[in-house]
Design a protein around this ligand. Structure first.
Ligand SMILES: O=C(O)[C@H](O)[C@@H](O)[C@H](O)[C@H](O)COP(=O)(O)O
Length: 241
């Protein structure tokens, strides 16, 4: 795994613009090389800002959204139409605007589709087995103040799961029931991008990048890309580095 690259931007808006522009460039470059990119989106506030910037910049990007596949690093196990769903937020922020075919948007099962989080995780694992090439071109990860990524939380058993996906109950970040990619799938990525804004994340960023520490304390320590790991920060989230 590669040493992390660190970019520090002047605030959440410039960070979002930079990430959105870089994502669109990666998608266009992949397509120019005859490759169909598969990316994994994350949830949360900076992710929504990034997605909105993708919608704004997409028309000039030349990206063919019929040849992009979108997955989600985690999801809240709630009703399909709930505004709590990362997929609902991503559709509202950019997926609907760019006209990506539904078949290319791989949503986790909702409470209408699965009996519980384990069943939902198993269903998504089956979809990965069927439709995922075994590597994400870009894995986008928000980071919680506790250092969680996707729905991999400090001290939770899913950090040590060996399968591709896992169900989560009792999440410290509401809602309590979630589903998540494990490290096995999260790290099956050419590039892992951490998207972190705000001084409430500064200690998590410090712990994630420190020489010493454990994934149980700071789950972000366990994620890295096979060719690239980049931290997109702002001055606030980078303030303890
Ligand atoms: O479903 C989720 O909640 C996200 O996937 C989660 O991992 C998020 O990315 C972080 O909690 C950061 O969220 P904020 O950017 O809102 O702090």
């Amino acid at each position: 795994m590669t040493d992390p690259l660190i970019e520090v931007h002047d605030g959440p808006e410039p960070l979002a613009t930079a990430v959105a522009g870089e994502l669109l460039n990666r998608l266009a470059d992949a397509q120019a090389a005859g490759h169909v990119p598969h990316i994994s989106l994350t949830g949360g506030t900076i992710a929504v800002k990034i997605h909105q910037e993708v919608a704004r910049l997409a028309p000039a990007s030349g990206v063919d959204w019929g040849a992009v596949h979108v997955w989600f690093g985690d999801e809240r196990f709630v009703a399909r139409a709930s505004s709590d769903r990362n997929a609902v937020q991503a559709r509202q922020a950019f997926l609907d605007a760019v006209g990506i075919p539904d078949a290319n948007v791989h949503e986790w099962p909702a409470t209408e589709d699965a009996a519980d989080t384990d069943a939902a995780a198993a269903t998504y694992a089956a979809e990965l087995a069927e439709s995922w090439p075994g590597k994400f071109d870009v894995m986008m990860l928000g980071v919680g103040p506790d250092g969680h990524i996707n729905s991999l939380f400090p001290g939770f058993p899913q950090l040590h799961a060996t399968g591709p996906t896992a169900g989560v109950t009792g999440s410290p970040k509401p809602p309590p029931e979630r589903v998540t990619l494990t490290y096995a799938t999260t790290c099956a990525s050419t590039a892992v991008w951490f998207l972190v804004s705000g001084d409430d994340k500064a200690d998590a960023v410090r712990r994630a990048l420190a020489e010493d520490g454990t994934v149980d304390e700071t789950p972000a320590r366990g994620a890295a890309g096979q060719l690239e790991t980049t931290w997109f920060l702002d001055h606030a989230s980078a303030s303890l580095l």
